[in-house]
Each structure stands twice: as C-alpha cells, then as structure tokens.
Design a protein around this ligand. Structure first.
Ligand SMILES: [Zn+2]
Ligand SMILES: [Zn+2]
Length: 291
C-alpha cells in the first residue's frame, strides 16, 4: 500500500453472483456496484437511470456474457462509457443450447430466452475459478499498482472454491446411483449436471394455459417417472405454479428452493456464491436421500 491514496477502482457487476466474486477479488480496493439485486431475475431486469450513471463512471464493467444480460448492450451504449467491458465467461468451456435457447416461467407463461450457448456457466465451481481469474486479470489491467493484492485475493478465494468443489463432489458421490434426478423450474443447472452428476429435468416451452400445454406437461411427467426423479425444486427467481401442478401429477412435493441465477439477500440461505452452492447441494442431497 502506497501513501498516496488513489481513488478506488470503479467497478460495476451486472448481477449478484458475479458481484460477490468481484468483492472477493477487489476487497477494499474497489468501489463496487451490482446492478441486478439478490433474488432478482437478470433476464427481465429494467435498468434505472442510476445504472447508466454508474456505468458511465466505471473503470471496469463485469458481465457474464453469452446473452445472459439482455438489457446490457443498450445500457452501455446509452451511458457512453469508456470502461473495459469484460465478459467473465470468455475463454471458459461453454455448452451449446441444443434448441437455441431455454425457457423461463414468468406469471404462468413460458418465455423463450434465445442464445447459442448456455449462459449458466457459474454452476460449476471449476468454471467459477475461471471467472475469478478473469476478474483478477481485469482488475490488474485497470489498476496495475494493486495487481499483487488482487492476485493474492484471487488465490485465497480460489483455494476456498477448491474446498467447495471437493465438498460438493463428495456429497453427490454419496447418493445412490438411481437417486440422482431432480426437477427444476428452468434449465439453469446443465453445468452442475456435467460437473457433479445430478440430472435436472425442466419444463421446455410448457405454458400453464391451454390445450397444447397439457401434452407438453404429459411428456415431462413421463420423463420424470422414467428417471425416477426424487424431488421438485422451486427457484428464487421463478414462479412455482407450473412446478406445483407437475408435483400434483407426479406425487412429488416441492422440496424447497434452489438459487440458480441470483443470490439470496443477506438474511437468506445463499448470500454468497459459496453459500449458494452449499445450499443447493445440501437441498438436493437431503431431498434425494429422504424417503
Ligand atoms: Zn435464461
Ligand atoms: Zn437462467
């Protein structure tokens, strides 16, 4: 630390999960603003004038990329910022979206979220370490004087992520092989599935209204029975009506809430990325081991 106190690096993170990671790497050296709050859905976010002002004065804007933040390009253009815009999924192994996107359920309606690649890359802890490396590199590029500290913070955090990854792996590995399937509100857990070996089923384009929807729900229910799915989870950013209906038809009850695209508030069970991954893992394993 030098005696000349420079102004802190101005950082904007688009949503709560990468905001938490940015805080771990930046600590007191950055002035951090997160746009989409805990428990809020980045897909349907309506930016406010204060967001454009924060981006206008930012040195670094941290985004997920892969068309996760649909609101962002207009906001960046409107702000006229000359900040570095960093997509934290750059260089990470991403999965394609087989159908060119996935569905969300908002007020009982299926909303298609188009994109060539699945944006939920943070759902594997190994990938989260890639986000941390990209954050550290972005901070070092914008604020070379404090690079050593950013790198030290990133190394410390990555070591805790390694511990988390091992804990998740051990918990899932302890499940019986035929009790590895759960139903979720939207298809946000494909990276978790690939990394840890839990299968997630979700409605694809099913609306709660109408005749055609009944056939789609029937297809999912057949899938749920064939896979011997053990639990249904709500999600902090989705409405649960469709899941409740699927539950009624399959005899499964809602087993709690998973945090997919947003952290909980400070008083909730998932106020940090590490707490979120621990909470999701213990909710899944508890539901699948219950009789
Ligand atoms: Zn989406
Ligand atoms: Zn999502």
């Amino acid at each position: 630390m030098t005696s000349t106190q420079a102004a802190p690096l101005q950082v904007v993170a688009t949503f709560s999960i990468i905001g938490d990671m940015a805080g771990e790497v930046g600590g007191d050296l950055v002035d951090l603003k997160t746009l989409v709050a805990p428990d809020a859905d980045a897909h349907v976010y309506e930016p406010r004038p204060a967001d454009a002002m924060a981006i206008a004065r930012a040195d670094v804007v941290l985004t997920n990329g892969l068309e996760f933040e649909g609101f962002l390009s207009r906001l960046i253009a409107a702000s006229g910022t000359d900040a570095s815009i960093i997509a934290l999924t750059d260089g990470l192994p991403t999965m394609e979206e087989p159908g060119g996107g996935h569905y969300h359920y908002v007020n009982g309606e299926a909303i298609f979220h188009a994109g060539a690649h699945d944006p939920h890359v943070w759902q594997s802890v190994e990938n989260a370490k890639g986000y941390v490396a990209n954050i550290s590199a972005a901070f070092c590029a914008a604020d070379a004087d404090n690079c050593t500290q950013y790198q030290a913070n990133a190394a410390d955090y990555s070591a805790r992520l390694d511990t988390l990854d091992a804990q998740i792996r051990a918990s899932i590995d302890a499940l019986p092989a035929d009790r590895r399937t759960v139903v979720v509100a939207h298809n946000a857990f494909r990276y978790f599935e690939a990394a840890y070996g839990v299968t997630f089923l979700s409605p694809q384009g099913v609306s709660t209204e109408g005749e055609a929807a009944a056939a789609d729900v029937a297809g999912l229910i057949r899938e749920i029975r064939a896979a011997n799915a053990g639990a249904i989870f709500g999600e902090n950013i989705s409405d649960t009506r469709l899941l409740e209906r699927i539950g009624e038809e399959t005899g499964l009850t809602l087993s709690g809430t998973l945090y997919s695209d947003a952290l909980s508030g400070a008083d909730g069970p998932a106020p940090t990325y590490i707490a979120m991954m621990r909470h999701n893992t213990s909710a899944i394993t508890a539901a699948l081991t219950a009789e």
